[in-house]
Design a protein around this ligand. Structure first.
Ligand code: HEC
Ligand code: HEC
Length: 260
């Protein structure tokens, strides 16, 4: 799988390229869930993969990630593709309830329908696990899901990624990954008091739950503007460096060290 990643990366941006890549939809879905880091959030420490139950800390309290295995009763086995698209791209659950943005739908909304369906195709192939999870464990008043209607109104721009035709295909592929699947801003962009992204400070660094996600803009002094290609690769693909541990908590895009 890992060796195939660069080739698949090329297939990410556009449908026709994907069709030509020779990878099945399921294989592509597998690659995409890795890029989006879906599994670490949807797996409890020591728990079965994808069966949920992991507490997700937010400044407003804890949410618990749901079971997204194909189990029909406690997972998403009985969901239609339409239900799945709504959850990932719109932040709307199967019963029409609003999901909290701890599930990064605010970014995944940029992911193409074709890619979301490939993710679904892959998830259909994993082992169904019976595990009932109560996601919403936020304290009052944050436990009221309807409040997300107003939140979405303020901070959620729904819609798939639209390429900027004045830029190269490579640039657009990168932007698609950063803004969509990679949800880099989820950690690297400072949040306002209500937990929305401060767009004017996009990717300029953010403190979260005792961690610091640094400035990853092109700024030569505070960002990564002067980084060499090797340094970038070593940071973003640590799994490929022998002897270097794979990050557990943060996405594999990032190095892992606790600051302070
Ligand atoms: C940062 C953690 C995180 C990541 C990354 C993440 N999720 Fe989630 N996801 C959650 C949480 C938390 C919820 C529950 C939100 C709620 O109850 O409002 C959720 C909800 C969902 C739901 C709705 C399930 C239900 O029973 O209502 C689906 C489907 C889902 N996620 C799929 C995915 C997929 C596919 C990916 C990767 C593309 C992904 N998630 C990545 C945390 C995450
Ligand atoms: C779930 C949170 C999270 C997400 C999502 C995330 N990062 Fe990070 N990232 C971090 C944290 C935390 C660190 C700091 C780790 C450390 O101090 O070693 C970091 C570090 C980095 C660094 C090293 C910067 C430096 O100055 O040392 C780079 C580069 C980076 N991330 C790029 C990305 C990119 C590109 C994406 C999206 C594809 C991304 N990150 C998504 C949390 C995240």
């Amino acid at each position: 799988m890992r060796a195939a990643a660069p080739i698949l990366l090329l297939a990410l941006a556009a449908g026709p390229a994907a069709a030509q890549s020779g990878f099945s939809e399921v294989e592509r879905g597998h690659y995409l869930v890795d890029a989006a880091d879906c599994m670490p959030c949807h797996t409890a420490p020591g728990g079965k993969p994808w069966a949920g139950g992991r507490p997700i800390e937010t400044p407003f309290g804890n949410l618990v990630s749901p079971n997204i295995t194909p189990d029909r009763d406690t997972g998403i086995g009985a969901w239609s593709d339409h239900d799945f698209l709504d959850a990932v791209q719109k932040g709307v659950g199967r019963g029409g309830e609003h999901l909290y943005p701890a599930m990064p739908y605010t970014y995944y909304t940029k992911v193409s329908r074709q890619d979301v369906l490939a993710i679904r195709a892959y998830l259909n192939t994993i082992e169904p696990v019976h595990n009932e999870v109560k996601s919403n464990q936020l304290p009052f008043p944050f436990d009221i899901r309807a409040s997300m209607l107003a939140w979405n109104e303020m901070f959620f721009n729904e819609g798939e990624y639209h390429p900027d035709t004045s830029k190269s295909a490579e640039w657009n592929r990168g932007a698609y990954l950063v803004e969509g699947l990679g949800h880099c801003g989820g950690c690297h962009t400072n949040k306002n008091a209500l937990g929305g992204d401060e767009d004017s400070k996009a990717l300029q660094g953010n403190v979260l739950q005792g961690w610091f996600a640094p400035n990853i803009t092109n700024d030569e002094r505070t960002g990564i503007g002067r980084w060499s290609w090797t340094r970038w690769c070593n940071t973003c693909r640590p799994a490929t460096i022998p002897g270097r541990p794979r990050p557990g908590r943060w996405p594999r895009w990032c190095s892992i060290r606790r600051r302070g």
